[in-house]
Design a protein around this ligand. Sequence first.
Ligand code: TYD
Ligand code: MG
Length: 448
Amino acid sequence: MSMSKPTLLFECSTCGAQTPKWAGRCFECGGWGTLGQTVSDGTPANLPPVPSANAVPFSEIESSDIPRIPTHISELDQVLGGGIVPGSLILIGGEPGIGKSTLLLQIAIRLAEKQNQILYASGEESGQQIKMRLDRLSTEPNVSKKILYIGETNTEKICASIVEQKPRLAIVDSIQTIRSNDVQSEAGSINQVRASTMKLLETAKQHHIPIIIAGHVTKEGMVAGPKMLEHMVDTVLYLEGDNQYHFRLLKTVKNRFGSTNELGVFEMTEEGLREVSNPSDIFLSSNKEPMPGSVTSVIMEGSRAFLVQVQALTSKTYFGYPQRRAVGFDTNRLQLLIAVLSKRLGLNLGDQDIHLNIVGGFKINEPAVDLAVCAAIMSGYKNVALPADQVIFGEVGLNGEVRPISHADRRLKEASKLGFQTAVCPKASYANPPITVQQIQSLKEFEI
Ligand code: TYD
Ligand code: MG
């Protein structure tokens, strides 16, 4: 295959745009000082004739259940749709420091405990660093024999090792630190990430070895090309959490082999990530005494229900505009609900500072907590505590109407499981509610 003469080009390290002329600012993404010199590979000329692809009728293709490798971390297996599919490429994204490397090592340990050989390639940490973590996370002597470490940033070398060692699972930490020979630009750039992901994808598919890659995400999005990476891999999981709290949520963003509606809950402890099978425990405050301004609600994350505590504090505004602050809840939505309470119930909130807090650092974006937010504000404002064994959920409309929400039965079941006795909820048909339900259609029916 003959190649045309390489030409000099300038390429943006952030977005991958190419230009024949250097400029201080990338014309594509507007990044300053991101254009660097590169050499175009040249376009291949006089390609040999291409043989046609083999066409097979579906009748000759056997359908089969997708085989899976269980990780024996049940919160993770659930998120993956049952386990790791051989030959699949999985991305675990998350902010730096959230616990991706910890989770990856724990996956390796669990599989190694079952006599599986694991390959762990890291361009981020030295063998010693990882060994120290391994010693903390696992005391079983045979585990460290089953996990092979490669401290390497060259994608081709990593792929060659995977092919040579044929591990049950390969782990690459992280996609931003490895570099393929195919592309000139530096590690972490969009072209590098694309080329390296492509190489890993080919290796996984051709040799039926699943590969998990870690990818750093910042508040503004993936360092290089979030969407592009998501399109290439089979499964995308995001590890999320709040730095001030210990819980971590593992969410499915994309899954070719399962539902995207799954959620795993973990807690970061001294011994790594611990599975939390009863998440409501974390998000409910330990204080079980009824308190004014404190209300328990039930939220859905994917297909799971859990209880959260909503707290509102109202206090007279002494200076300037009344303040409206919310932690874990949308401030605009809070303002809207305050307007509804003022207008429809005649509550005089115009001279009240209102602070709303979702206990445990959880961020809620479902309208089902509207009614609980309203109840917490009313309870706080009137200084009257609501029963401690009561849960409240429902969407609130601009006219003060209380609208039905999804999965009401599942929410009631979760509340009942945790010992709650009554629920204030939208009017709907409930099949054998496990606890007493007080159904309301309007905020006006809600009495404090
Ligand atoms: P890490 O897995 O290195 O994050 P990432 O790979 O996403 O950047 O996790 C880093 C944090 O986790 C670090 O602040 C220390 C903490 N940690 C624990 O609290 N307990 C543990 O057992 C481990 C291994 C880490
Ligand atoms: Mg890491």
